[in-house]
Ligand binder design. Structure first.
Ligand code: NAI
Ligand code: MG
Length: 352
């Protein structure tokens, strides 16, 4: 297996957590005799300081030549006075756009059952394992026309999808469901929105090509309740951009900590892997960051870019073992004084 990985660690805790994730990837590569090569490039605030722009041309060039891009986080308080298009975050938005991924994968696994830091009761949440597939390039966030007419005192956005946009993301969701528990929940608001009627009809059509996967439809309002009441009933959840943004954040309470959430964006020219959290300036440079979100993101890279499912599972199982044994970073410890580890110590526990 040959894979060229670009690491853009970025700002704040980005380099700290990315360092631990890369150690895991290197270990998997060496153990399995795979040819993983790593290159590094600048993005975000560090790129602004060195090159005057949050996404230097050379970073983008190398990214487009790579098989996968692994990003830490971008952003920092010192840049908050800059206009939005010159801030570190603009570099990430440009990178996402250039790589072209339209399927954003966000797993919600009940690690909180091990760390006891979910507001949901253990008997509700224990065993939950949901994979959100959120359409990322269409819908309300990109639809035209959009405007705020200040004089008229009105504003509008457009929720628009084409059949092709729904088909391509639905295929990815069905493929993934076929490799999991073979259940797909498509979420829409087809009782009110024409876009959702197109969505539902198209997903139903695509389902005919995946007879081994059970398809169900839920309205987004009902789904938001079912996610909290019966999270174990879900396997893969397929939904459009806005609904996916909201539902995947809601379902993050199943996982327990922001520092534990991985993500991948696939379907474009190059897959992009990033933990969900930001640069956490409040704890940056102190060795307090939880690297498990980044490490679980590395597992997603092994699964979706390297095709190394067994290694991905091994990394995820190692994370579970470490938590089961009581090891915690500060964000998970909540005053319990048991085995509170630094970023590097936590990485080492997973690696051992
Ligand atoms: P944040 O995710 O950086 O931090 C929110 C809270 O969670 C903080 O208290 C932080 O200490 C904690 N936290 C986050 N990740 C953690 C980890 N791995 N371990 C332990 N604790 C963790 O979000 P915030 O504070 O809203 O944004 C900070 C900066 O990051 C801003 O400049 C923002 O624009 C940027 N940001 C970047 C993202 C990205 O690069 N993908 C995503 C979200 C925010
Ligand atoms: Mg969001």
């Amino acid at each position: 297996m040959k894979l060229q990985i670009l690491v853009v660690a970025g700002d704040g805790i980005g380099p700290e957590v990315t360092g631990e994730a890369v150690k895991i990837l290197k270990a998997v590569g060496e153990l399995g005799g795979h040819d993983f090569t790593f290159r590094e490039a600048l993005i975000g605030g560090v790129a602004i300081k060195a090159k005057g722009t949050p996404l230097p041309a050379e970073t983008l060039d190398v990214a487009l030549e790579s098989d996968a891009v692994f990003l830490g986080a971008v952003g920092g308080n010192e840049f908050n006075s800059l206009p939005p298009d010159r801030r570190p975050e603009a570099g990430l938005l440009q990178l996402r756009q250039a790589l072209g991924g339209f399927a954003n994968l966000r797993p919600s696994f009940a690690y909180s059952a091990l760390t006891q830091n979910s507001p949901l009761r253990p008997e509700v949440v224990d065993g939950a394992d949901i994979l959100f597939v959120r359409e990322l390039l269409g819908g309300l966030y990109f639809g035209e026309p959009r405007a705020w007419d200040r004089e008229a005192g009105s504003a509008w956005n457009t929720m628009r999808y084409t059949r092709e946009e729904v088909i391509r993301v639905a295929r990815i969701a069905f493929e993934l469901a076929g490799k999991r528990r073979k259940k797909l929940t498509s979420v829409d608001k087809a009782n009110v929105l024409e876009v959702s009627q197109l969505w539902r009809a198209t997903v139903t059509e695509v389902a005919q090509q995946y007879p081994d996967v059970t398809l169900e439809h839920q309205y987004v309002d009902a789904c938001s309740m079912h996610l909290m009441n019966t999270p174990r009933n879900f396997d893969v959840v397929l939904t459009e951009n806005l609904f996916g943004d909201i539902l995947s954040d809601e379902a993050a309470v199943i996982t327990g900590s922001l520092g534990m959430l991985p993500s991948a964006t696939i379907g474009g020219q190059v897959n992009l892997y990033e933990p969900v959290h930001g640069s956490a300036p409040d704890i940056a440079g102190k060795g307090l960051a939880n690297p498990l979100g980044a490490i679980l993101t590395a597992a997603m890279l092994l699964r979706h870019s390297a095709g190394l499912e067994q290694d991905a599972v091994a990394v995820e199982e190692a994370v579970k073992s470490v938590l089961m044994e009581g090891y915690r970073t500060a964000d998970l410890a909540r005053g319990q004084q048991q085995n509170v580890l630094s970023t590097k110590e936590m990485g080492k526990q997973v690696y051992r």
